[in-house]
Design a protein around this ligand. Structure first.
Ligand SMILES: *Cc1c(COP(=O)(O)O)cnc(C)c1O
Length: 239
C-alpha cells in the first residue's frame, strides 16, 4: 500500500470516528477534499487510485496545469475545488477548469466567475472570516448572508454554503467558538432558504473538532500528502 493510500484510510477512519462521536441526531456524512497544492500530479493520481475523488488547489496556474495533466481522470469522476485567494484576472481560468470555488468573498469576483463559466454552473462556497483577523480573506460574519443572497442570483453560480479557515489556536475553546459561529451562520442561511448544504471547515490539525461542531466537508492536505515546504495556509495565502 502506498503511503498516500494508507494516509487516506487513516483520515477516513478518523473522520468516521469523529462522526460517531456526534450525538445520533447530529450525525451526517462528511466529504473529504484532499488538498494537493504544491504536490505533484503523480501524488494526486495515487490518491485517485486509492478512491479519493475531490482535490483542492490554492493557486490558479498550478491547479490548471495539474488539471490538464490529469484530464484523463475527468470522465472517471475527479472533482477539482479551488480553495485559495482569487484575483479577478484569474477568474476566467478558474471558472473554466474547476468544479467548485470555495473562496468566493468579493462580488466582483463572483460576477467574473459567473460571466466566464460555460456548461454546468460552478458550485461555490462563500468564504467567511470568523477569526476577525484583518489581514485574512473572507466576508465579515455579519455581512455573509446578504452577500450570499447577492451571489445566489448569478446565473452560472450555485451557492452551496460556507467555508472558513480557522486560525490555529493553542486554545481549543477558541477554535470551537469559531467553528460554532460559522455553523450558526450556516443554519441561519438554511433557515432563510438559501439552499445551503455544505459547511466546509476543518483542516489536518483541527478536523475532528470541526466535525464535532457540524462540518459537512473537511479539507486535508498534510494528513494525506505529507508536509509542504511552507507550513501555514495563512503564510501561503500571503505569498
Ligand atoms: C492548505 C489548505 C488546507 C489544508 O491544510 P492542511 O493543514 O495541510 O490540512 C485547507 N484549506 C485551505 C484553504 C488551505 O489553504
Amino acid at each position: 500500500m502506498s503511503p498516500i493510500e494508507s494516509n487516506l484510510q487513516q483520515a477516513r477512519r478518523s473522520i468516521d470516528a469523529a462522526i460517531a462521536g456526534c450525538a445520533k441526531t447530529r450525525q451526517q456524512e462528511v466529504s473529504l477534499v484532499a488538498v494537493s497544492k504544491t504536490h505533484s500530479a503523480d501524488a494526486v493520481r495515487a490518491a485517485f487510485a486509492a478512491g479519493q475523488r475531490a482535490f483542492g488547489e490554492n493557486y490558479a496556474q498550478e491547479g490548471v496545469a495539474k488539471i490538464a495533466v490529469l484530464s484523463g481522470l475527468k470522465p472517471h469522476g475527479i472533482e477539482w475545488h479551488f480553495i485559495g485567494p482569487l484575483q479577478s484576472n484569474k477568474a476566467g481560468l478558474v471558472a473554466a477548469h474547476f468544479d467548485w470555488v470555495q473562496s468566493v468573498d468579493r462580488l466582483k469576483i463572483a460576477h467574473a466567475l459567473s460571466a466566464r463559466r460555460e456548461g454546468p454552473p460552478l458550485q461555490v462556497l462563500i468564504e467567511v472570516n470568523v477569526s476577525n483577523e484583518v489581514s485574512k480573506s473572507g466576508v465579515a460574519p455579519n455581512e455573509t448572508l446578504a452577500f450570499a443572497r447577492e451571489v445566489a442570483v448569478l446565473p452560472q453560480l450555485n451557492v452551496r454554503g460556507l467555508m472558513s479557515i480557522i486560525e490555529p489556536a493553542a486554545d481549543t475553546n477558541l477554535q470551537r467558538a469559531q467553528f460554532q459561529s460559522l455553523k450558526s451562520l450556516f443554519e441561519q442561511g438554511r433557515a432563510e432558504g438559501l439552499g445551503f448544504d455544505t459547511l466546509s471547515m476543518g483542516m489536518s490539525g483541527d478536523f475532528a473538532l470541526a466535525i464535532a461542531e457540524g462540518a459537512t466537508m473537511v479539507r486535508l492536505g498534510t494528513a494525506i500528502f505529507g508536509a509542504r515546504a511552507s507550513k501555514s495556509p495563512s503564510q501561503e495565502r500571503a505569498a
